[in-house]
Each structure stands twice: as C-alpha cells, then as structure tokens.
Write a new protein. Structure first.
Length: 328
C-alpha cells in the first residue's frame, strides 16, 4: 500500500482497548510491535513478505528473509526466532525451485543465528515468501521512530537505489556486476541496530524500505514533531543505480510514494527529476536511519564501519519545525 492509503486504513482501525504492556503499536507507523513481558525483556514482533524482485530463487529467499529481519534490528532488538510465510503456485513451479527459495531464507536465518521454527504455506497465483521475525530487547532500550530531538544528526546505513536496479533487472538491463551490487546490499543484515540500542546518544531508529528514504524519514519527523534538513550530495547512492535512474529506470512505487507525501517535502529549486526518484525509491532490505546526538555520530559511524557497512554516511540533521523534509 502507499503511505497515504496505509495511514488512512490504520486511522480507521484504532484499538478498542488499551494494553499497558504494548509499548509500540501502530500509532507512529513504527517498524515492529513491541510487547513488554517483564521488567527486563520485551518481545519485538514483525512480518514481511513479497513477490520476487530477482529471478534466482535462492537469492530471492535471501533478500526476503533479510528484509523481514531488518525491522527487528530497527527497533534495537536481537532476533531469536523466525516463522516462514510461503505462497507458491503449486503445479507451476518445480519443487526444486521452491526448495531453493526456502533454502535462501534459511541461510540468512543461519547467519542471524536464529531458527526457522515453522510457518504457513498456501497455494497462490504468484510466488510469495517472507518471515515472521521475533526479537528481544530491554524495554528501556527500544529505539522508536518518535524519540528524536532537535539538533540530532541523521545517519543512513546503506546506499539507495535498490528499486531502480530491480526495475532495470525486470527489463533485462542490469549487468552482472550491478546485480552483485544489488545482492550485496539487500542481503546485508542490519546488525548494527543491536549495538545502537546500547547507546544513550541514539534517540530514534528506523529503516528505509518500501516508502523510500523520504517516507521513512518522515515517520521520524512526524513522530518526533521535527523538520529534517538533508544534503542530497551527502546521500549515498549505489553507483549502478545513479547511472540507471539518469537513464530513465525507476519503479511505479516511486511515483506513488511521492504522491503520498510530496506536500511534506521541499526539494532544491531546479533539482532534476532523477533526484526525486532516488529519494522516493522503494528500498527492499534498505539501510538503518539513525537520529543521534552530534557527539555520538563518530561512534555510530564506527559501529557501521566495523560491521562492514561501507556506505554509512551522515546525511543531515533534525531541527525544530513542522514535520517535513527539506533537501538542499
């Protein structure tokens, strides 16, 4: 769903009861639900699934699983269990292909150190795969998207461009080197979230996924009642994606994203259209967006670097003002 439609649906689906131990629900469109089970433990619960964005079944399973687990890390939690969600056109896809998808997902869960303890399968018209992912975090260390403060700097953990590259792949225009770049970023687990949860100077955390960088950053802005100021030249972009978007490759979701939140965004005068496409590009298994004290930024960036996130960059800051994003 587009950000605007999802917001409308959730507005009309408010809970009839208040649950004191539900620390995070749907109220700020955060990455996962968080439920306190005692004074030192809270369960983080999320689910994500989608149809293939790549042709290779094993790679598809890897990407889908990485994407699903990302929301656990985005709350500052450590994953401990997954359940598989499998919808396949039975009779149309060979069993070996389905096995390969499942094997890809399991390989990522192995890398995350968690089991797939079960799941659910159906016969569907199109292949669908994903996970329910569960994590644990101390209730006091949950990193929400609504706790940023004026003066916080913004750090993005991964480069943008996944949707653009998948659009080129569907048209047979993505070269092997670029495909490897796509696979590398979409299968990199957002493990820095665990260490970031331990840092008092990190105030808010989310990840950039289907609504694009602007959409998920606006989640922080709305929840925290702040304005974000970004420098486009500082935003990391996958090298292949920058070339492809300038050649006219992007997804329809990018335009739908822009239509949903353009009234909250100000772009630099004369900014080329391809910049807007990058900022709204839907990211499958995208990077963490961190709002932290300026003094904590070097330590945050060092955590990313130590864990192999070579594109992690400080991209802007948060200031007092109506919830919005200004890009210069």
């Amino acid at each position: 769903m587009t950000p605007a439609l999802l917001s409308e649906v959730l507005t009309r689906s408010t809970a009839a009861r208040v649950f004191a131990d539900l620390l995070v629900g749907t109220e700020t469109s955060d990455d996962a639900a968080v439920y306190r089970i005692n004074d030192t433990q809270a369960i983080v619960a999320t689910t994500d699934f989608f149809m293939p964005i790549v042709d290779d079944p094993f790679d598809f399973g890897c990407i889908a699983a990485t994407n699903a687990i990302s929301d656990v890390y985005a709350m500052g939690a450590r994953p401990f269990l997954a359940l598989a969600l499998l919808g396949m056109p039975v009779g149309k896809l060979p069993a070996e292909v389905i096995q390969s998808i499942v094997a890809g997902g399991r390989s990522v869960c192995d890398a995350a150190g968690i089991p797939i303890g079960g799941g659910h399968s159906i016969d569907s018209l199109e292949p669908i795969y994903g996970l329910v992912a569960l994590g644990l975090v101390h209730p006091d260390k949950v990193k929400r998207n609504n706790a940023a403060r004026p003066g916080d700097v913004l750090i993005l953990g991964k480069a943008l461009g996944v949707g653009i590259m998948s659009a080129a792949l569907k048209k047979g225009e993505l070269r092997e080197k670029a495909y490897r770049q796509l696979l590398e970023t979409t299968t990199q687990l957002n493990t820095p979230g665990i260490a970031l949860a331990e840092m008092p100077g990190v105030h808010a955390l989310t990840d950039a996924t289907g609504f694009g960088l602007l959409g998920h950053l606006l989640g922080i802005c709305r929840g925290s009642r702040l304005k974000a100021e970004l420098s486009f030249d500082r935003i990391p972009v996958l090298s292949a994606a920058r070339h492809l978007v300038q050649q006219g490759f992007w997804t329809g979701a990018s335009d739908r994203n822009w239509a949903s939140y353009q009234h909250e965004v100000t772009l630099a005068p004369g900014a080329p259209d391809w910049q807007k496409k990058l900022l709204t590009d839907p990211q499958t298994s995208g990077g963490l967006i961190v709002a932290c004290e300026a003094e904590a930024a070097p330590a945050v960036l060092e955590i990313f670097r130590q864990q192999g996130f070579k594109h992690a960059t400080q991209i802007g800051r948060l200031v007092a003002g109506a919830p919005s994003v200004v890009v210069s």
